[in-house]
Design a binder for this molecule. Structure first.
Ligand SMILES: [Fe+2]
Length: 279
């Protein structure tokens, strides 16, 4: 199984050469599905959503799950923000599911997506108690052995203390409930910095960087990640589930393999340190 996870293209701030490199990589990797964790646009304008539709049309024609990010809600245009904050997103991606929770089943995996955006909080995210319970129930009900993945725009855990406020409200409660329900991987975007963080004995947070936007910290490249579960013959992976990161290389004008991490469970679940980094 190969799931391509990309995030935060922020169309309107895209770098055309990077976008073309992303398309080339996506077709070369031939994933079974695409997971896109929000911020399709920079300012949620009609032109930027039209560009987002163009990008989605050029990506591999495979099943996909796309959720909104906080930038997909108008910021300064108050009337559309108040009246129809998700109109542009829904024109491109379809209606949002009731309660902001969607389920995406693949052979061997269940991905549960949860919308952490709110029209009244332009930057920070929120999880409602109902969303936490709905995600937990869907994880709990996943077929035996399925890879249980949750996708949100805002990250449930962050690597830097300075980013703590970028976690959604109720993130601690969600982490506890979802892990009890069997969550193994929580994928997100928002920070434009890739990171892999162990948050429990069997659970990881994998943040994707920005796929094609120029809104980057000085030393951070554009990046995407491939989630692989091919027990015998993963591309460079030990048997089991792993996360491969691809960074954009400006010299080669291509995305290149940058890191790979096996997403192993700890044999002895105690003790573990919340937020401990993967090696
Ligand atoms: Fe973003």
């Amino acid at each position: 199984m190969r799931l391509l996870h990309l995030s935060d293209p922020h169309l309107g701030t895209e770098q055309p050469v990077v976008l073309e490199a992303l398309l080339s990589l996506a077709h070369r990797l031939a994933p079974q599905a695409l997971l896109i964790s929000g911020d399709l646009t920079q300012r949620a304008t009609p032109a930027q959503f039209a560009a987002a539709a163009g990008l989605l049309a050029r990506l591999p024609a495979v099943p996909r799950l796309v959720i909104p990010g906080n930038h997909d809600i108008p910021l300064w245009r108050l009337w559309p923000r108040l009246r129809q904050p998700y109109a542009g997103y829904e024109q491109v991606c379809g209606l949002r599911p009731p309660g902001g929770v969607a389920q995406f089943d693949l052979p061997g995996a269940r991905v549960v997506a949860v919308d952490t955006t709110r029209w009244w909080r332009h930057r920070h995210g929120t999880l409602s108690a109902a969303q936490i319970d709905a995600v937990a129930q869907r994880l709990h009900d996943a077929p035996a052995g399925a890879w249980r993945i949750v996708m949100s725009h805002h990250p449930l855990a962050v690597a830097q203390e300075a980013d703590h406020e970028d976690r959604p409200w109720r993130h601690r409660r969600a982490l506890q409930a979802w892990q009890q329900a069997g969550a193994e991987l929580l994928i997100s975007g928002h920070l434009h910095v890739p990171a892999l963080i162990r948050v429990g004995p069997r659970c990881w947070v994998a943040q994707a960087g920005s796929s094609v936007s120029r809104r980057l910290a000085p030393t951070v490249a554009n990046s995407v990640q491939l989630l692989v579960d091919e027990p015998a013959s993963g591309p460079g992976c030990a048997p089991g589930r792993c996360c491969l990161r691809y960074d954009y290389d400006g010299v080669r004008q291509a995305f290149m393999p940058a890191a790979r991490h096996a997403l192993r469970a700890l044999r002895d679940p105690l003790p573990w340190r919340p937020g401990a980094w993967a090696t």
